[in-house]
Design a protein around this ligand. Sequence first.
Ligand SMILES: [Zn+2]
Length: 129
Amino acid sequence: MDFKVNMPKINLSNFDNKPIVKDSKRSLSIRDKQIVWARAHKKCEFCGKRLDFGSMQIGHKKAYSRGGKTTIKNAVCLCYEHNKMQGTDSWKTFLRKMGKSKKPKPRKPHTRKPKKKEKSLFPDWQLPR
Ligand SMILES: [Zn+2]
């Protein structure tokens, strides 16, 4: 009797094939994109327009062309329009250009504040009540 079992041939050389990593530094993986998208509440971080995952774009906070890394931390979720507008500017430059800054400067009244604490006109014991 012949108990020979036919084993399927496994091509061992395939095990060494690693997935080809193509210049991954330029864009985030889909999963990372989803994180950025969710972090931005599925909205364009510039105009607040609601975005489908398919239509969101990743912008760089620090421009890629200036050494900004393609990381979740450096990414902003943008609509097509604003991603295009941002171009190669950094996020800050873009906001400044668009006249929109995350920290709008509160309008200060035109009174000069003394840099040093001025001495009270009244000695403590004479403070008006
Ligand atoms: Zn937008």
